[in-house]
Design a protein around this ligand. Sequence first.
Ligand code: SF4
Ligand code: SF4
Length: 97
Amino acid sequence: MTPAQAAAKDRARPAGKRERLAISKPVKGAAGKTGAWRTFRPVINPEQCNQCGLCQLYCPEAAINENLEIDTEFCKGCGICASECPKKAIRMEKEER
Ligand code: SF4
Ligand code: SF4
């Protein structure tokens, strides 16, 4: 599917059901799963979130899916999602291990 076809398909979906284009998928690297690095965990407040998808777009580990669920096996706790969120809907909480 071309990007133009994907965009047309995306526009045809009901609001809130957009299929976002994945830039990459999380994979286990040479250093293992990046979730093991995490000392802070992102928590999304659904009441503040407008589902813009920027957190998913900017996450360097592709750990946020289209339903805005965070894959803790790969989220390394960098906080980029929280920094980029225009609604300040993501807070970073100290990880309990
Ligand atoms: S803190 Fe956010 S941006 Fe960083 S890896 Fe986790 S989900 Fe992705
Ligand atoms: S960037 Fe913020 S407002 Fe946008 S989808 Fe992510 S949590 Fe929601």
